[in-house]
Ligand binder design. Structure first.
Ligand SMILES: Cc1ncc(COP(=O)(O)O)c(C=O)c1O
Length: 421
């Protein structure tokens, strides 16, 4: 059990009001708020040891380099990677997936297949589309069923001899579905395909162990796990990273350069060209410390409780449709629509009550199209959210639905004057 009320004291932004009302922040799938521990760690870097890394011998650079390298070690331990060689710092999940798609596609040829799913975020579709266009490879998609879950009966038909890459999301940012990553990865291994896991919505919320999953690559973002924006991670198995070509070229990623040629640096630096985001790494390391202090299993349980509660309450609202599987089979988010109200308007109505949710297609346009909708409103939870906030969300949605029903009735039921005319 975690004490969300106590945790909230660490988050300065959660004390603020919006339109005179206490902020209810339920847009955690987009980005999360930062505890003082993260903010202070980054301030400390800028105030006391700001310097470039891996370059100079002066004291500040030594301290910055130690902090930067230790951040890699910390993240490696957090996801159970073998060591810092397997942890590449990028800008975000999107850049991590682009790096993987770019470098892995160098081994693709015409007729090869890349398997994705119908519930991917644009950042795990578009880079593969481009890779397919460059190489002549074909994209195939694991389909979703009526519950918003992947139809794993199709695994054998979809993943086969031609499959070279299987890239899929661990947790859907729209439906909340937690995919059976182990089963999909096992099927990919049988076909000798490389696996890429988009863990943007899982690593921040539940224990994720890359060795147990046996995935080849995994991408996630610091800003979705209490860390700062501008820092993300690509995990990769060392033997595969060794064989892969770099994505960006320049300073720090080389071991030797002549006028005509260059040799690459050792891992992970081979994939980190140029001056890196040192303050971001320091902030991410502090975020990992914070999450580990609370415990990932506890965070997962807390979110499951909030999600169950939200779904029970929202189900009681007439005119409200929830998308995705039952609470037990999803992460900490609920997407929904109220009949007759555009998701942006639902978000605006909630915003007026100080409640922040996101409305739209959530960067998953193909999925929205498949579901026959323009988008959804999405409430997404984290360790600092409370049952009282879920009550507020349900109350505000109930009011919005009732208002909408009245407005629809007023416009569709003829007035007395109209009836008697
Ligand atoms: C499942 C999933 N993948 C990828 C991303 C992209 O993350 P970022 O914008 O941090 O690159 C997101 C962001 O919402 C996401 O939810």
């Amino acid at each position: 059990m975690i004490n969300a009320k106590k945790i909230r004291e660490d988050f300065p932004i959660l004390k603020r009001k919006v339109y005179g009302k206490p902020l209810v922040y339920l847009d955690n799938a987009a980005t999360t708020q930062k505890p003082v521990q993260v903010i202070q760690a980054m301030n400390d870097y800028y105030e006391n040891y700001n310097s470039n890394v891996h370059r100079a011998v002066h004291r500040l650079s030594q301290e910055a380099t130690t902090a930067y390298d230790e951040a890699h070690e910390k993240v490696a331990k957090f996801i159970a990677a073998a060591g810092m060689e397997e942890v590449i710092f990028t800008k975000n999940t999107t850049e991590s997936l682009n790096l993987a798609a770019n470098s892995l596609s160098q081994q693709l040829k015409k007729g090869d297949e890349i398997v994705l799913t119908q519930m991917e975020h644009h950042s795990n579709i578009v880079p593969w589309q481009q890779a397919a266009k460059r190489t002549g490879a074909k994209l195939r998609f694991l389909e979703i069923d009526g519950n918003g879950e992947l139809n794993l009966q199709q695994l054998q038909q979809t993943i086969g001899k031609k499959t070279k890459i299987v890239a899929f999301t661990h947790v859907s940012n729209v439906l909340g579905t937690v995919n059976n990553a182990k089963e999909i990865i096992a099927a990919a291994k049988e076909a000798r395909a490389v696996t890429v896991l988009d863990a943007a919505q899982s690593v921040p919320h539940m224990p994720v162990d890359v060795k147990k999953l046996d995935c080849d690559f995994m991408a996630f973002s610091g800003h979705k796990m209490l860390g700062p924006t501008g820092i993300g991670v690509l995990y990769g198995k060392q033997e595969l990273l060794e064989k892969m070509e770099p994505f960006l070229y320049g300073g720090d990623m080389i071991s030797e350069v002549s006028f005509q040629d260059a040799k690459w640096n050792e891992l992970p630096w081979k994939f980190e060209a140029g001056t890196p985001n040192v303050s971001g790494a320091v902030g991410l390391a502090a975020a990992v410390d914070y999450l580990e202090g609370i415990g990932m299993e506890n965070i997962h349980e807390h979110e499951k409780t909030l999600t169950r509660m939200a779904m029970e309450k929202l189900r009681q609202i007439d005119e409200l449709t929830i998308y995705g599987p039952e609470a037990a089979r999803r992460g900490g988010l609920v997407s929904f629509n109220i009949n007759g109200i555009h998701p942006h308007d639902v978000s605006a109505l909630l915003d007026a009550e100080g409640i922040a949710v996101r409305g739209g297609h959530h960067c998953a346009m193909p999925l929205a199209k498949l579901l026959g909708i323009t988008g959804t409103a999405r409430a997404s939870f984290y360790l600092y959210n409370t049952p009282e906030e879920i009550e507020k969300l349900a109350g505000a949605l109930e009011t919005a639905a009732v208002k909408m029903k009245k407005m629809t009735a007023a416009t569709t039921t003829p007035t007395k004057a109209a009836r008697t005319a």
